[in-house]
Design a protein around this ligand. Structure first.
Ligand code: G
Ligand code: G
Ligand code: MN
Ligand code: NA
Length: 253
């Protein structure tokens, strides 16, 4: 209960900032970034999402928190555009719980229109569980979001229920290979084979394939040789505050 009350207060005071982790294509060009929320706690300092996202979901506060993340992203995008910096899509994480909110699509659209932004400014990162069909209404939301012009990315791809049927039923634009497969590419032949298979699967379905959690030049070389479209990971940059992201956009890695 302590955390819930604390979180409620933090949402009222908007004690959250977006960090951003850049995504690069295989030639080193910035092609996107993922927004990752942090709580700027008055006494505990910077608190990571692992400490509060699940409580936000259980208490219904995730909707309001999601709005704050979106507003912060929209404000950053507008500032960067004003500075003439390269305009790349910002990926926003949307959890399965947020997909239960009948007003989800309206919430996202209204934040964007407040800032004069079009849906193509964002990628929406969803987990496989949302697409597995156990949630009434999820299919309708997805089709609605895609029709509005949002790109849909499947986060942590390969760790879900591995029912691939949903990939052809839903408007999915991007697969993000889960970092657990990337981590052991060079010790585990099975992981290397799975990564190759996911890249080929995505491309066969006309999707973009992004690898997460790239930490070594060897992992990057394998992904490049297998034809991955983009990479994200500590090898290039950790998630950084928006001012640092701004510097990365200006000066490169
Ligand atoms: O860097 P990292 O510790 O930031 O992120 C941990 C987890 O928190 C990730 O699984 C990520 O999907 C989740 N997360 C980060 N930011 C958000 C957010 O704005 N909304 C939701 N729903 N999840 C987020
Ligand atoms: O939304 P998702 O679960 O994909 O969130 C990505 C998580 O992975 C965040 O917590 C982010 O900080 C973390 N991350 C990003 N790049 C790397 C990396 O290269 N190595 C590791 N171990 N974690 C990473
Ligand atoms: Mn993500
Ligand atoms: Na992920």
């Amino acid at each position: 209960l302590g955390l819930e009350a604390d979180l409620r207060r933090a949402i009222e005071r908007e004690e959250f900032v977006n960090y951003y982790q850049p995504q690069y294509d295989m030639a080193g060009q910035l092609v996107g970034m993922e927004a990752l929320v942090r709580w700027t706690h008055p006494t505990q300092g910077l608190v990571m999402p692992g400490q509060f996202i699940s409580t936000a979901e259980e208490t219904g506060l995730i909707g309001a928190l999601g709005d704050i993340v979106l507003r912060n992203a929209a404000a950053d995008i507008m500032r960067w555009r004003g500075l003439g910096l390269p305009v790349v899509p910002v990926a926003i994480n949307i959890s399965a719980v947020q997909f239960r909110d009948a007003r989800l699509v309206d919430r996202i659209l209204s934040v964007l229109s407040e800032h004069g932004l079009a849906p193509d400014a964002l990628d929406l990162e969803l987990t496989e569980s949302i697409l597995m069909g156990e949630q009434a209404g999820a299919v309708g939301f997805l089709n609605q979001l895609a029709a509005e012009g949002f790109r849909i990315a499947i986060d942590d791809f390969g760790t879900g229920y591995s029912s691939l049927g949903y990939l052809k039923r839903f408007p999915v634009h991007k697969l993000k290979i889960d970092q657990s497969f990337v981590q052991h590419l060079h010790e585990d032949t099975n992981d290397a084979i799975l990564v190759r298979a996911i890249i080929n699967l995505g491309h066969s379905l006309a999707m973009t394939v992004v690898a997460e959690g790239v930490e070594t030049p060897e992992q990057f070389a394998y992904l490049r040789d297998e034809g991955a479209d983009a990479v994200q990971g500590y090898l290039f940059s950790r998630p950084v505050p928006s001012e640092e992201m701004e510097r990365l956009m200006r000066d490169g890695v």
